[in-house]
Design a protein around this ligand. Sequence first.
Ligand code: SAM
Length: 239
Amino acid sequence: MSEKMMKMLVEGGRILGISLEMFHMEHFQRYYSVLMEWNRKMNLTAITEEEEVVVKHFLDSISVLKSDKIKGDEKIIDIGTGAGFPGIPLKIVFPNLKLTLLEASKKKVNFLSYLSHVLSLTDVEIIHGRAEELGHAEKYREKFEIAIARAVAPLNVLLEYAIPFVEPDGYFIAMKGREIGEVKECKRAFEELKCAVENIVEVRLPFSDILHHLIVIKKKEHLPLKYPRKEKLIRNKPL
Ligand code: SAM
């Protein structure tokens, strides 16, 4: 990553409320190199231009901090993390996070394992699996203070993936784009899944006119065992 991009990252971090130090920057630089190296062999991201990676991947991931729910040592699961977004940038910024990355594609899981090794990340668990299956596993069900997801599914589907992982009084932060009309269509999903929108935070990405929203959803009580349902039902009959 060039000197100019490093400066953008530091300034973007500052705008988003975080002061990035030299060791953070070294990690982001290594992340960028490994991402580009692997991206030549497999399809990890369509975003490859340096400045776009900084803004649309790194800074966008860090923008979750604007939800005001992440203080630095929480137990967090990133559902459908792909090439590690937003989970890995958050872990770089807050090394004490206890991070679980869940991803359905084995190839991406291999990338994440290699990346985690190269960055010497500790307290990171990488799981190859599907959210609707892992959400029933004793080890993961209602075990996280916070779940996060970016670009995985429409909100009514995503809620059924994510809420089973969240402990009562915990939060699911859904990273959504400019349009958030879908929130209004999730009334039944909120009721069935024992959760409610606590806050919607508008985020303007630094160095762009891209507007995003963080939907901050609070889980109120334990979830009935029937959720999450099987993948086909979730997709064909979303709540
Ligand atoms: N969150 C990353 C990002 O914003 O760059 C990746 C987004 S990518 C469009 C969606 C990812 O979610 C894919 O890597 C896919 O394999 C994963 N995914 C989709 N449904 C899933 C599920 N039910 N359980 C686990 N992973 C899932």
